[in-house]
Design a protein around this ligand. Structure first.
Ligand code: CO8
Length: 379
């Protein structure tokens, strides 16, 4: 048990990004889905004709790129995804004594963040694993990671879909500020490919796997090459069923299909687009106004990475013009939507060039609905 001092200055002192080796292109996904659709629609022609079964709709690689900006995605395991007899990754279950898959990818990102922040296990007091799904309810993935890294203190998991990373950074900020911890490791092991319906053209292309990590610590202990003061945090949630997964522990008692398509990610994409863009723009300008800033004062926007057209629309509402890739970097062309990790990938890859005093805004928006932002200033 330790007693720490409260800290007025809280900073981000390092970030880590782990990218899976395997890439799946739009063309590969479309070829698999279209072959699956041909077989399904032929085998079920009579039922489809009688209106008792819906046909599987074919996908189109040029639609995907135009509608979303996504060209490819990285996945933890590629085997099985393109197999029309399977249409989901084939991931081997590990024994209880072995390191879990999600802890493994979390550790890759965590170690990179510790190196970037110049921190040892003994400098860190808490681990938060925050993402769209954890592979089990308990024990927490965060405690498994904490144990592997030899960190004393405490760890816990939290789920906030697309805003899991920003909301966890908010909690880390509050913990360091209040003195509950000197430094907190926030990790986003987004292992989402098992939750994708690869038979559904509306959503089969949207997501990719990744792991990111960020160290939040006291300003007076930070000694890394790139330190960002956290000037403020803001969060907002508004209930919506437009992005949903009914996967959960109640399935066993419901007597419904535990593997039904409603248990996988599904959404009303167009409605999400229309409703979330104005909310996000208003949230961001409101957050800046609280600190006396205008959107034009921001040097870099590390925005959530769901759809390039959404990011451009939000930026246009804020700036009155399209931003260039230097102002609002896009990473979703390579990574696709990585749930909560997208804005942290953008931060990880695009922060070292900022100059002292430059302002940056890290922001997520998505399921819930949820919006989370952190206003940062380079030291
Ligand atoms: N190929 C060909 N045609 C297609 C395809 C396809 N792959 N997909 C859809 N179409 C068709 C549609 O069926 C529709 O046809 P019709 O007009 O005959 O009905 C037509 O194309 C137009 O479809 P849309 O109106 O849906 O097309 P959009 O331009 O809206 O683009 C998008 C679809 C890209 C999904 C877009 O709406 C979008 O990106 N919306 C925002 C969604 C968003 O940001 N959601 C956030 C989700 S992420 C999140 O919150 C985290 C959740 C946790 C992670 C889960 C991990 C698994």
């Amino acid at each position: 048990m330790r007693l720490h001092q409260a800290s007025d200055q809280v900073v981000i002192s390092g970030a880590g990004l782990w990218t899976p080796d395997h890439v799946v292109t739009n063309e590969e996904l479309v070829e698999a889905l279209n072959a699956y659709a041909d077989r399904f629609n032929t085998e079920n022609a009579l039922e489809i004709e009688a209106g008792r079964l819906a046909p599987v709709m074919k996908s189109d690689a040029s639609f995907i790129e135009k509608a979303s900006g996504i060209k490819q995605r990285h996945v933890y395991v590629k085997d099985g995804i393109l197999d029309i007899n399977r249409m989901r990754p084939r991931i081997v279950e590990r024994a209880e004594g072995e390191l879990s898959h999600q802890a493994e990818i979390a550790l890759h990102a965590a170690r990179k963040a510790m190196a970037a922040a110049n921190k040892k296990a003994a400098d860190i007091d808490a681990v938060i694993v925050s993402c769209a799904y954890t592979q089990r309810a308990y024990p927490a993935i965060a405690i498994e990671v904490q144990d592997e890294l030899g960190i004393e203190g405490f760890g816990f998991d939290m789920l906030v879909a697309c805003s899991a990373a920003t909301f966890a950074l908010h909690r880390a900020y509050e913990m360091v500020r209040s003195g509950t911890a000197r430094a907190v490791m926030v990790i986003n092991p987004e292992l989402v490919s098992p939750q994708i319906n690869f038979c559904d053209r509306d959503s089969h292309f949207i997501f990719g796997d990744v792991a990111t990590a960020v160290i939040v610590e006291r300003g007076d202990t930070a000694n890394s090459a790139s330190v960002f003061d956290i000037l403020g945090t803001q969060a907002q949630t508004v209930y919506s069923n437009n992005i949903r997964s009914n996967f959960g522990y109640m399935s066993r008692a419901f007597d419904t299909d535990p593997f039904g398509v409603d248990k996988l990610f599904h959404q009303e994409g167009r409605a999400v687009f229309k409703e979330v863009c104005p909310m996000a723009a208003e949230h961001l300008s409101g957050h800046l106004a609280l600190y006396g800033f205008e959107p034009t004062d921001v040097r870099r926007w590390w925005l959530h990475q769901a759809n390039i057209n959404m990011n451009q629309l939000i930026s246009k509402k804020l700036l009155g013009r399209m931003p260039d890739n230097d102002e609002a970097p896009i990473v979703l062309d390579r990574y696709a939507n990585t749930a909560s990790a997208g804005s942290v990938i953008a931060f990880s890859l695009h922060h070292e060039d900022l100059e002292s005093g430059d302002l940056g805004m890290l922001c997520s928006f998505g399921a819930g609905y949820s919006i989370g932002s952190l206003l940062l200033r380079k030291r």
